[in-house]
Design a protein around this ligand. Structure first.
Ligand SMILES: NC(=O)c1ccc[n+]([C@@H]2O[C@H](COP(=O)([O-])OP(=O)(O)OC[C@H]3O[C@@H](n4cnc5c(N)ncnc54)[C@H](OP(=O)(O)O)[C@@H]3O)[C@@H](O)[C@H]2O)c1
Length: 305
């Protein structure tokens, strides 16, 4: 990944949904991912029934030896307070959350720490103090953000010593405001011309920040997948015909729509089904043509003016 020495796959396994999975299920999920080249795992303090619940479920199931741990890239996030709720990028919360993540994960370092959602009350110098300390102690090797705008990233960068190497944002073919805005720019008749993120995709490309696409199968916000969804008949027909053409499962085509984009994004998949992990990995190198890519975009309901 630019800005780090991490060699990362473009499909990442998100572990937000493993809380109720057994040891065997977690092991099979991660083993399957490893077998298809996915050695990059995405966690967060907030995932699970309790704080750090999914991190702990992962560690208990995997019982990683130090050398097995070394072979993985483990990313986690901090800064969401579940009760009330609110966001907290204070020094105490960042450092405290990392300490708890290290304990839950049973490791002594985190490869990448992301600030999970922007905190309106952020004090960038305080974030910098936390990052400096975590970096100097070797507890966190790299830093990034999630759901941040260009302005919020610039504000942090003015205080930080370390580069921000990733920005995790929601993106699927049916939930693509970061792409749609630019294509219908200045067309007031199209609602998707409104900027929801202030041009985050171009900003990240210009600054070597890897966009990590979360919920790549969800139709909109946590409302179930678009694959096989009767709300998207044209899109599913197109995906099925492309799956036949490229001789891959339909999940691979959904992944390919994101990996085909020249921004070198990572796709953070959240399935807990090993066969679907394999199917997703099959999409990481499919060279969709421009015509195919735009067809999927139009079939998802977006306009090509
Ligand atoms: N930064 C953020 O704010 C943020 C927010 C949300 C998520 N995330 C990260 O992104 C990851 C992915 O999020 P997500 O789980 O919402 O994404 P997703 O991959 O779009 O959705 C996965 C869910 O869809 C289900 N599904 C049903 N049919 C499917 C199919 N054909 N292919 C794939 N999945 C299918 C899966 O069920 P099965 O498990 O039964 O297969 C699973 O419940 C999370 O694990 C987390 O790491 C980040």
């Amino acid at each position: 990944m630019p800005g780090s020495d991490i060699v990362a796959p473009n499909v990442v396994l998100g572990l937000m949904r493993i809380q109720e999975k057994s040891d065997d299920e977690v092991r099979e999920l991660v083993r399957t991912a490893r077998d298809v080249g996915i050695d990059f795992l995405d966690h967060a303090a907030i995932y699970g029934a309790e704080y750090h619940g999914c991190e702990q479920r992962f560690a208990e199931a995997m019982q990683l030896t130090p050398s097995e741990r070394e072979q993985l890239t483990i990313q986690t996030k901090c800064g969401i307070i579940r009760e009330d709720p609110y966001f907290d990028h204070s020094y105490e919360e960042i450092v405290g959350s990392v300490e708890a993540s290290l304990e839950a994960l049973g490791t002594d370092y985190i490869d990448i720490l992301l600030l999970h959602r922007p905190d309106a009350l952020v004090e960038p110098d305080e974030v910098a103090r936390a990052f400096d300390e975590l970096h100097a102690s070797g507890k966190v090797r790299n830093f990034g953000v999630s759901n941040h705008t260009p302005g919020q990233i610039e504000l942090l960068k003015a205080s930080l010593q370390q580069p921000l190497i990733a920005n995790q944002m929601q993106l699927s073919v049916t939930y693509a405001p970061m792409i749609a805005q630019g294509l219908t720019n200045n067309m007031e008749s199209k609602t998707e011309s409104a900027s929801l993120d202030n041009g985050i995709l171009d900003y990240c490309r210009l600054h070597d920040i890897t966009v990590q696409a979360w919920s790549p199968f969800q139709a909109k916000h946590f409302d179930g997948p678009f694959l096989g969804n009767p709300r998207y008949p044209e899109l599913n027909a197109t995906i099925e015909s492309l799956a036949a053409k490229y001789e891959v499962p339909v999940e691979a085509i959904a992944v390919a729509w994101i990996t085909r984009h020249p921004a070198h994004m990572q796709v953070v998949i959240g399935t807990t089904t090993p066969a679907r992990v394999e199917a997703c990995a099959a999409g990481s190198q499919i060279p969709l043509t421009r015509k195919e890519w735009y067809q999927m975009y139009r079939d998802a309901g977006y306009h090509v003016p």
